[in-house]
Design a protein around this ligand. Structure first.
Ligand code: SAH
Length: 294
């Protein structure tokens, strides 16, 4: 558990120990998928709900607006948060089964209340393994790919230490919140003004001190605060902008989806001032990276 993790007003159970017992031998690959397809498919299935010791399933509600009138507000809030803790734990177990091994990343995923980044109508689907709409034709990325990209970025020569990281595509702010638990400083850029503001209001109640949100074109990076130990792109371009490669530290790692219809996850490492190596990892599906602001 880190100082950063302690900043969340959340129950951070002893997840790190639990993760080390997980069987990671089966590694699977994310399949390309669209938010709408997922939302439609998943809405026809029940939300995965953890079983109690007796085998009974608690009420599968993670949506505060679904409070039952017969109970007091604090009682409902408490039981809702216990249910979302359980459902989130199930999400993290699934992400681990899909091949994410990094205990620090899994602990961060378990700490961030993903349902608080969704509009109320979708929050009951917050913990399914899917990207979901957040408005303006954009999506919150699927939990597996969020975890996987951060795991790849952390697998550096410094034993996972990340001082300053940059995210391109804040969206609703979820990945920035997860990043805030694995890096000392997180900078995140969004090009759509209403989404930049949505992320601000989603993150406010979590009172995370080490995230800086910027409204602008992320393809330009943030030269005024560079260099970054890690850069994550949450949107896919045909290539990674040179400006971002130039803003990596030597030894820094950039993880980005690349392509249009067929996309692959790429890891780019800066090995020297003018040398970068590129590794293609697995198929993925992201919204497009676009220039300029709206
Ligand atoms: N990180 C988000 C994912 C958001 S989806 C999460 O936690 O789930 C990707 C986002 O990238 C969209 O909001 C889109 O508007 C944004 N985006 C696309 N091109 C961009 C650019 N050039 N600069 C900044 N943001 C960009």
């Amino acid at each position: 558990m880190t100082d950063n993790a302690k900043r969340f007003p959340l129950t951070l159970s002893s997840v790190v120990d639990q993760k080390s017992k997980t069987d990671h031998s089966k590694r699977s690959v994310a399949t390309p998928q669209t938010a709408t397809k997922n939302a439609a498919w998943e809405s026809s299935r029940p939300v995965p709900v953890p079983r109690t010791a007796s085998g009974a399933a608690p009420t599968p509600s993670v949506n505060r607006s679904m409070a039952r009138p017969a109970q007091t507000a604090s009682h409902v809030e408490r039981s809702d948060s216990m249910v979302s803790d359980g459902v989130r734990k199930a999400m993290v177990d699934r992400v681990a089964r899909q091949g994410v091994n990094d205990a620090r990343v899994l602990a961060a995923m378990e700490a961030v209340p993903r349902h608080m980044f969704m509009e109320p109508g979708l929050s009951s689907q917050a913990y399914i393994d899917a990207s979901l709409p957040i408005g303006h034709h954009q999506t919150i990325s699927q939990p597996y790919i969020v975890a996987r990209m951060i795991e790849i970025m952390r697998d550096n020569q410094q034993g996972g230490v990340l001082n300053r990281v940059l995210e391109i595509g804040t969206g609703c702010g979820y990945q920035a919140a997860v990043l805030s638990l694995v890096a000392k400083e997180v900078y995140s850029i969004e090009r759509i003004k209403p989404l930049h503001e949505l992320a601000r209001s989603n993150l406010r109640p979590l009172r995370i001190a080490n995230i800086r949100l910027h409204y602008g074109d992320g393809m330009l990076g943030l030269p005024q605060v560079a260099p970054f130990d890690g850069i994550i792109l949450a949107a896919a371009g045909l290539e990674v902008p040179q400006a971002l490669l130039d803003q990596l530290t030597i030894g820094g790692r950039l993880v980005a989806p690349v392509g249009s219809r067929h996309q692959v996850l790429q890891l780019i490492q800066r090995t020297r001032k003018f040398d970068w190596t590129s590794t293609t990892l697995e198929d993925c599906h992201f919204v497009p990276l676009r220039a300029g602001t709206v």
